[in-house]
Design a protein around this ligand. Structure first.
Ligand SMILES: [Zn+2]
Length: 291
């Protein structure tokens, strides 16, 4: 069957017969760089930031035969798209990587079974008297600085906000990839290489994006309203998270053992509590004063 033309498509993105991305909004620059000749049957998508200065410079580096890193797609702040390598070929975006999936299965070596999407973003910023700076010395406008706690860190840091275009486009590109390849998992590099990697970082709404894209697979979720129910923390330290998920970003320093909380909602065993801040905690570590 011939590929439908742009005008017959309603989705913003789809995958061509050459395993390159197609965008309804316009052309995607395709480089067809093959640093690794192995075929890829994608089972997961890994989200990265480039830590670079521009999508072109990052794509150039990922295309450079002397650089031992590559990825499938680079996405600029203005929505620029560069397909470095087709989605059906192995790239070197993940490095040493390991993840325990929900079913308890542990998998390593994500390059062999995942697609790498690189979003143009410099990563963690340094606060200086002159403003917040990237590692390569560029000052980021104050209204583009996000202060947040990384899921792998204990204290807040400063991060460059992703653009609304980047977030929407990543979500819709993931939707196209999931539809085309039957992909089951969307993960951050920080989740498969914790300690070594911090991308995409807390400025990227990873939990929201994967819930939106993979939500049909997560029908186990149930949510109840609780009367405001007082209780206390039973764990020695308890993280407060933005969403009811162990991988969601922390919103504050952890609660200490015995700290009073008020639970107002419950979802999948998590309580939405009001403490010194409000957020989600694992309900197994809170004892509520209800009969
Ligand atoms: Zn990465």
């Amino acid at each position: 069957m011939p590929e439908p033309t742009d005008t017959t498509r309603t989705a913003p993105f789809w995958i061509g017969d050459d395993h390159n991305l197609r965008a309804r909004s316009g052309p995607v620059e395709a480089r067809n760089v093959l640093k690794d000749q192995r075929d890829l049957a994608p089972e997961a998508i890994v989200i990265h930031y480039t830590a670079g200065a521009s999508p072109e410079s990052s794509a150039d580096s990922l295309s450079d035969p002397d650089v031992k890193a590559s990825a499938h797609l680079v996405l600029g702040r203005g929505g620029e798209l560069i397909q470095v390598t087709p989605f059906n070929k192995v790239t070197w975006h993940a490095g040493k990587s390991e993840y325990r999936f929900g079913d308890g299965q542990v998998r390593k070596g994500f390059n062999g079974f995942s697609i790498g999407i690189e979003i143009d973003n410099p990563g963690e910023l340094t606060a200086t008297l002159g403003g917040h700076r990237t590692w390569f010395g560029r000052t980021v406008a104050a209204d583009e600085v996000v202060e947040a706690v990384h899921r792998n860190q204990a204290t807040a840091g400063f991060w460059h906000a992703y653009t609304a275009d980047q977030i929407t486009m990543v979500q819709e590109i993931c939707r196209a990839l999931v539809g085309h390849y039957g992909i089951k998992h969307i993960l951050g590099h920080e989740e498969i290489s914790p300690g070594r990697k911090t991308d995409p970082g807390p400025a990227f709404p990873l939990d929201r994006v994967r819930n939106n894209v993979l939500g049909a697979n997560r029908r186990d979720e149930t949510e109840f309203d609780l009367y405001p129910s007082p209780g206390r923390v039973t764990a020695s330290r308890l993280n407060i998270r933005a969403e009811a998920s162990p991988t969601s970003p922390r919103v504050s320093v952890p609660l200490e053992s015995g700290a009073p909380v008020t639970a107002v909602r419950e979802q999948n065993g998590w309580y939405y509590v009001r403490a010194q801040v409000a957020g989600w905690v694992d309900g197994r570590h809170v004892e509520l004063d209800r009969g």
